[in-house]
Design a protein around this ligand. Structure first.
Ligand code: KG4
Ligand code: ZN
Length: 396
């Protein structure tokens, strides 16, 4: 079975193709996983949804072509060059009308999709998977409508995917862990910490598809805090990897700045990071920032975020007697977070299994959407019913 997956929930345009062999003991073979990160947002220190929507429209057909090519599934339509020269129609008026209707809010995408469908034959894939939420509404709709157009034209069913669940299930890519996942007694219950630019959630995972959000941020997400802190320090966007890089090069700098660890001992599983951002603003107010002070700030900012995340995750794992801790989301690319969580698990709950994605799969990508779709292939639907849901949640 092959799944073609599409991801456009924020500022990364992704298309991946995953081949799955076997059902009870599936073996995953990644045929392609193309991510085009939109550089335009670097200039603004954050993502502007309307700009991101425009970029997705430009990127999607290019990324799809690349993904199909890399998977050896891109088959040119031999009639295209001649038809193109003589203006002969390869798609009927009726089909053009429906495609136009599907992409009525993405008119630049309509033109390139039309050309793509004329130029290439239907690829041999069984399902089209697409992120329907949560995410930035205009961005989600581009991916959803793109998936609808392909699904309608090629007659391939679609599987709607929850982006947060995908950050969790990307951890089951490795065949050995996938096999373990088929033995719920060994894997679950699990506690998953999903930390991204838009979300910070602690999720009780009772099994694949069985979730309960036990805690989440009441204001900013952890990744958002990294991004806002980097903006205050004039470091650029996205802030997480920039701050992490500065910290990794800092050689035990003095730590004169002390930042708060908001809600660390609140007794529940919720988070709050906006106070940390305010504390950073006050800490730099009136100061001239030089290389050393920026370094000191970055070390403290990263550690403050990590301390809170670790404390709550370990508490949740203990309280719910978790057999596994699963990390996911863009912030999980942070090496210090990965390392310190591993150390804390080893020290405090050594029998707990610890799953982390490949660093490249921590941040947004379409492969995680394909993996999640595989676990939910029974949710396949007609393109007609597909909708973007910006505030979609897991479980509950
Ligand atoms: O999951 P993701 O790619 O997109 C969303 O769904 O939001 O997460 C993006 C977030 C950004 O806030 C970015 O600054 C953060 O992940 N991030 C990191 C690192 N790499 C990405 N944060 C800390 N350390 C990193 N190495
Ligand atoms: Zn994400």
């Amino acid at each position: 079975m092959k799944i073609l997956a599409i991801e456009t929930s924020c500022d990364d345009t992704g298309v991946a193709i995953l081949e799955i062999r076997g059902d009870k003991k599936p073996v995953f073979n990644v045929l392609s996983n193309i991510v085009s990160s939109q550089l335009i947002h670097k200039n603004y220190g954050g993502v502007f949804p309307i700009m991101a929507k425009r970029e997705h429209q430009i990127n999607l057909p290019i990324v799809l072509e690349q993904a199909l090519k890399e998977s050896k599934l891109l088959i040119p339509n031999s009639q295209f060059p001649l038809a193109h020269k003589t203006s002969r129609r390869l798609i009927s008026d009726e089909k053009i009308k429906i495609l136009k209707k599907i992409l009525e809010k993405e008119n630049t995408l309509f033109e390139s999709v039309k050309e793509f469908l004329e130029k290439y034959k239907k690829p041999s894939v069984d399902f089209i998977a697409v992120t329907v939420g949560p995410g930035l509404e205009p961005c989600l709709w581009v991916g959803v409508n793109f998936a609808k157009a392909l699904s309608y034209f090629w007659g391939i069913p679609v599987i709607p995917v929850n982006h947060i669940e995908a950050h969790i299930l990307v951890n089951f890519l490795n065949p050995s862990t996938t096999l373990r996942a088929r033995n719920p007694k060994r894997e679950f219950p699990a506690i998953s910490l999903v930390v991204s630019g838009g979300h910070t959630q602690l999720i009780l995972v009772k099994g694949i598809g069985k979730y309960k959000i036990i805690g989440e941020t009441r204001d900013d997400a952890a990744g958002e805090c990294f991004d806002k802190a980097a903006k205050i320090l004039g470091l650029g966007y996205p802030g997480g990897p920039i701050i992490a890089e500065i910290v990794s090069k800092a050689n035990n700098p003095p730590r004169p700045i002390k930042l708060p660890r908001p809600m660390m001992h609140s007794g529940d599983y919720d988070f709050s990071f906006s106070g940390l951002k305010t504390a950073i603003l006050y800490a730099v107010k009136g100061k001239t920032l030089n290389e050393q002070t920026v370094e000191e700030m970055c070390v403290e900012i990263q550690q403050a975020i990590i301390d809170v995340l670790l404390h709550k995750t370990i508490k949740a794992a203990k309280d719910f007697k978790a057999k596994t801790i699963i990390l996911g989301g863009g912030v999980s690319a942070n090496q210090e977070l990965r390392k310190q969580l591993a150390q804390k698990i080893k020290k405090e709950i050594p029998n707990t299994q610890y799953l982390i994605p490949d660093t490249a799969l921590s941040t947004d990508n379409a492969l995680m959407i394909a993996i999640t779709a595989f676990f939910h292939k029974n949710k396949k639907a007609s393109w007609k019913t597909l909708k973007a849901k910006a505030n979609l949640r897991v479980g509950n």
